[in-house]
Design a protein around this ligand. Structure first.
Ligand SMILES: *Cc1c(COP(=O)(O)O)cnc(C)c1O
Ligand SMILES: *[C@@H]1O[C@H](CO)[C@@H](O)[C@H](O)[C@H]1NC(C)=O
Length: 522
């Protein structure tokens, strides 16, 4: 040991000894119980502070912000203002709804005597007349993805055959059990799964997503992570926030690249902690229809041994057919090592009736964490794969019928039509002065923004012409989600010319004050 080190050690020892004497002296007057009491209280206080500062469920800054706003809302003046605004909003909403139902009477009680079928059907026609947005003419963004009449008839016929079926009782309805298995299998094949790939049908994209989050949360709990955290792109569907809320998981949103609108993978890597239980990428995401770099996210997953979910709810029945339709894409499915689950909505571009979707896993080791089993229920051993108990067998049957009716050829054809139409609209929009397209959309959604005027003025102007587009925020923009209906003759060109007209009108005075939705969202 060098002399210097020796001296330093000695100095340290001296300090420690002085400290010891100081503490001993200052405690001289205390009794034993006081010493014990102080030690215990100090320890508890330290643990408590640690828990508050380092709560793994939500960051301190977020909690402080929430606390601040909660306190702010308690200030009488602020509270009155907030309540006034809320009342105003409620009144406008109520007024809008009343305008829509044109003061028709609401049925508020069971009719004492059942209505005749003729009466019911004539009433239903009155209800149908309420609809103002002409989705059949393609005036909607997304919402109705096919609307084709032959398919509608097939669906309703099949629904009728199975109207009473419930797969909660597979022994009573083996037909539905087989159809569900076949829908899942067909989807596994579409996404390049192998014989281990498996899944379940659910009631929609949200349920598929929340179930995947539940599976990964429970897998993480088993791995000894007590506060599982999901790491998702900022643009991910809100269903993940819902899952985090329902399942009491922490959710960390990763920023996106502001030019490409894809998630910043380096930032995603930095967001990973020892608590991370899943990574997510969208193919594509809802706001601007951009596909995240799935291969890079999957690499992160492999490197840190974290499951990777691909949300293909929107694009699930377009992306797998893009290559055959003449629009090849980067790999995004089970063919990419590291991707452990995929959600895909049969009720969007799969054209099946609403209330159907699939959640797929690379193998059963993931899926088993999704299931619920209660062996001790007095009602019998209860097992169920998803959130619902009883499930609509008829929807499963109608979904099955839609898939086999379309076949691969049918989906390749619908994909080709939809993508061709989207690219056509895209090319024309890029020439319109005053607006810009967000990122480089490869699939069916086009996000539109403006550097020159409040973009919500454009959606108001288009609404006046009967169009119904989706308003987005951060950045302020709107989007059109192209469906099969938009591929019909004249629909896309009608949209383009209406939009060109609206933009030209707005550009006459781009900074004008605006009312309606535009001012609400400004
Ligand atoms: C529509 C959608 C969902 C959720 O689907 P629901 O069927 O509405 O629950 C999830 N992710 C994306 C990208 C979507 O577009
Ligand atoms: C600590 O204090 C006690 C009296 O309270 C005394 O008897 C004891 O010698 C002290 N010890 C040291 C190391 O000073």
């Amino acid at each position: 040991m060098s002399e210097q080190a020796g001296e330093m050690l000695e100095a340290l020892w001296l300090y420690a000894d002085t400290a010891r004497h100081r503490v001993n002296d200052s405690c001289r007057s205390l009794e034993a119980w006081q010493l014990i009491f102080c030690s215990v209280s100090l320890t508890l206080a330290a643990v408590w502070t640690w828990d508050i500062v380092f709560d793994p469920r939500e960051s301190l800054s977020n909690r402080l912000r929430h606390f601040f706003f909660r306190m702010l809302r308690r200030v009488p003046y602020v509270r009155r203002q907030v309540e006034k605004e809320i009342r105003k909003l409620e009144m406008t909403m109520e007024e809008n709804f009343r305008k829509e139902t044109r003061d028709m009477l609401y049925v508020q009680q069971l009719p004492a005597h059942g209505w005749s079928q003729e009466h019911i059907l004539s009433e239903i026609n009155k209800y149908k007349e309420l609809a103002q947005v002409k989705w059949r003419e393609g005036k909607c963004s997304g919402t109705v993805y096919s609307g084709e009449e032959v398919l509608t008839n097939l669906m309703t016929k099949v629904y009728g055959e199975f109207a009473w079926a419930n797969p909660l009782h597979p022994e009573v309805f083996p037909d539905i059990r087989k159809m569900e298995a076949e829908v899942v299998r067909m989807a596994c094949c579409m996404f390049n799964g192998d014989q281990n790939t498996c899944g379940t049908m659910t009631s929609g994209g949200t349920e598929s997503i929340v179930l995947a989050c539940k599976a990964y949360r429970d897998l993480a709990l088993e791995r000894g992570i007590s506060h599982p955290q999901m790491v998702v792109p900022l643009t991910v569907h809100c269903a993940f926030d819902k899952a985090a809320d329902y399942l009491r998981m922490k959710i960390t949103h990763v920023p996106i690249d502001e030019t490409t609108m894809k998630v910043n993978v380096a930032a995603m890597k930095r967001a990973i902690t020892k608590n991370t239980c899943m990574l997510v990428g969208s193919a594509p995401h809802f706001p601007h229809g951009i596909i995240d770099p799935i291969e890079d996210i999957a690499k992160l997953g492999l490197r840190y041994n974290i499951p990777v979910h691909v949300d293909s709810c929107l694009g699930g029945f377009l992306l797998p057919f893009m290559r055959k339709a003449g629009y090849p894409l980067d790999p995004f499915d089970f063919g990419v090592e590291g991707v452990t689950s995929i959600s895909a909505d049969t009720h969007k571009y799969g054209f099946a009736p609403k209330g159907s979707s699939v959640i797929l896993y690379r193998n059963k080791d993931y899926r088993k964490f999704q299931y619920f089993v209660q062996p001790d229920w007095p009602g019998g051993i209860y097992a169920s794969p998803s959130f619902s108990g009883s499930r609509p067998g008829a929807i499963i049957a109608a979904c099955w019928a839609t898939l086999v009716y379309m076949g691969e050829e049918g989906y390749v054809e619908s994909t080709r039509k939809i993508i061709t139409t989207t690219r056509h609209i895209l090319a024309r929009l890029q020439e319109v002065k005053g607006i810009y397209v967000l990122g480089e959309p490869k699939v069916s959604v086009i996000g539109i923004g403006s550097h020159d005027f409040n973009i919500y003025r454009l959606s108001d102007a288009l609404s006046a012409k009967g169009w119904n587009l989706n308003p987005l925020q951060f950045p302020s923009s709107i989007h059109l989600c192209v469906t099969l209906i938009h591929t019909k003759d004249g629909v896309a060109d009608g949209f383009i010319s209406d939009l060109e007209e609206c933009v030209a009108e707005i550009m006459k005075d781009p900074k004008a004050k605006c009312g309606g939705q535009a001012s609400d969202l400004e």
